[in-house]
Structure formats: C-alpha cells, structure tokens
Write a protein that binds this ligand. Structure first.
Ligand code: ADP
Ligand code: MG
Length: 259
C-alpha cells in the first residue's frame, strides 16, 4: 500500500499523469475546473467532458497542422485570404463549390489556367488545405519535381512503387505544368500517373498554357492529347484572365518612393 505520508497529493499526481500522457490542455485547465467543481459551478462529469473536449480539439488542430506540413504545400493559403474583387474572372461560386470537396468524392479534376501571379497556386492550395482538414490524403507537388522524381524512380527500378504512392493520394495537386518543357520520357511517366488516377482519384493541375500550348510543353502531340484527354474528362476548368497579384502594389510602391 502506498504510504500517504510520502505520497504526493492527488492534485500533483493528476498533474504528473496528465504530463506523462501529454494532455497539456487538460493540465492547464485542471485548477480552474477543480475550483468550479468544489464551488458547485460544474459537476465532475461535465468538467471532465469539457476538459477532454478542449484536449481533443487541440489534438485535431495539431494533427491537421502536421498533415498540412507533410502534404508538400509551398505555403498555407486559404480562400479567406483570397481577394475576389482583385480577380473578377475567378468564378467564386465554382471555387466555393470545389471547397466543399464533392468533386473529390466524385473523382473529378480541376484545371486552373492563367498567366503567372493570377492566383492559381493560391486557389489550388486553399482547396487542398480544405481537403486535408476534412481528413483526406493530399499531395502537392511541383510538376517539374514530380517528373524528376518519377524519372529517378524509373532509373532505380522502383517506378511502380512510386506511381502507386502518387496514385494513392485522394487529391493530387500538380503545380506549374508548362513552366518547363517536359521531354518524351517525362510525358510518358506523367501519362502513366494520370492514367492510374483517371476516374479513381481527383487531380488539380495549375498551368500557364492553354490546350494548344500543351503539345509544345510535352514535345509530343500524342502524349499531350492523351494526358489532356484524361485530365479534361470530368474536369472543372477555371480560366483566370486578370493581372498578376504580385504586381498589385507596384504603382503604390513607386508612389511611395516618389513621395
Ligand atoms: P500563380 O500560381 O497563378 O502564379 P500565385 O497563386 O502563386 O499565382 O499568386 C502569387 C501571390 O499572390 C501569392 O502570394 C498569392 O497568395 C497571392 N495572390 C494571388 N492572387 C491573389 C488574390 N486574388 N488575393 C490574394 N492574394 C493573391
Ligand atoms: Mg503558381
């Protein structure tokens, strides 16, 4: 039997146990809830329910943050950060519909087309982060890096495994298709990936090239149209035609310098 003379008080033991279990939110709340229970402002069960609720919410947020970090996003962007009035060509109702993630459940694709700086990566990231929050497996990757990675896997004889890895994500975001030309081998690898996901999993692609420019990017018209075929079937196309947001403040900065 434990000796009450040398045993720590229940409060200290409770705090130690909460610390050992990593329940830091509950540990911080314990003094307040102890007081509320002792003063009759809360019953024991609701105190436990409320403390565990705070701990559960903190844990969910922690996991989401970790999953956002490990999904490969270049930065965290949300639809709340998006200035819709700056870019009126963006169909807000469609983007908001995409953020409900029904397109992911239907394994549909999204193509964001537009010149640099118009918000393609921002919108793709915002939708991707919604999917992470909903507990879906998301992978964000730059197109050139994806092609390099698949080529590397091919040269090491592990292409099948690598394709499986990318095919597995519930939502794959391929960013910046078209910024760098892709050779025939790369186009074939991309085609294999897009084929494995076709009608099974959703893919979002951001690109600065329209349909006609794609043959040039892939250096091969057949591969270009085969990829476009699979991507564009069951696809939401968002064409952004506005100015670059990166240049938004240029006149203002100039003005400030001149002042
Ligand atoms: P793109 O991928 O089309 O080249 P980005 O999405 O990378 O452009 O946008 C460039 C920068 O401008 C990013 O920091 C992005 O968050 C920001 N941005 C672009 N459009 C908007 C917008 N309409 N509202 C708020 N920020 C925007
Ligand atoms: Mg971009």
């Amino acid at each position: 039997m434990a000796d009450p003379a040398i045993e720590a008080s229940p409060y200290v033991r409770a705090q130690n146990n909460l610390g050992t279990l990593g329940l830091h939110e509950m540990s911080a709340l314990l003094p307040d809830y102890m007081r509320m229970v002792s003063e009759g402002d809360a019953d024991f069960c609701s105190a436990v329910a409320q403390m565990t609720q705070v701990e559960v919410e903190a844990r969910t947020q922690r996991i989401t943050r970790l999953r956002i970090r490990s999904s490969g996003f270049p930065c965290v962007k949300t639809l709340a950060d998006f200035d819709w009035s700056f870019q009126p060509s963006v169909p807000r109702p469609l983007v908001e519909e995409l953020a409900t993630l029904r397109f992911v459940d239907r394994a549909e694709n999204v193509l964001l087309v537009g010149s640099p700086g118009v918000g393609k990566t921002h919108l793709a990231t915002a939708i991707g982060i919604e999917a992470v929050k909903a507990g879906k497996e998301v992978r964000f990757i730059d197109c050139a890096r994806l092609v390099d990675d698949l080529k590397d896997a091919q040269s090491r004889g592990i292409l099948k495994k690598r394709l499986k890895y990318y095919a597995h994500s519930k939502l794959l975001i391929i960013d910046e298709l078209g910024y760098l030309d892709i050779d025939e081998g790369g186009a074939d690898l991309l085609f294999q990936l897009v084929s494995t996901r076709y009608e099974q999993r959703s893919t979002i692609i951001t690109t600065n090239v329209g349909i006609t420019g794609r043959a040039k990017v892939f250096g091969d018209e057949v591969a270009a149209s085969a990829i476009a075929d699979r991507i564009c079937h069951h696809c939401h196309v968002i064409k952004i035609t506005g100015r670059s947001y990166r240049l938004k403040d240029v006149p203002t900065e100039r003005k400030m310098k001149e002042e």
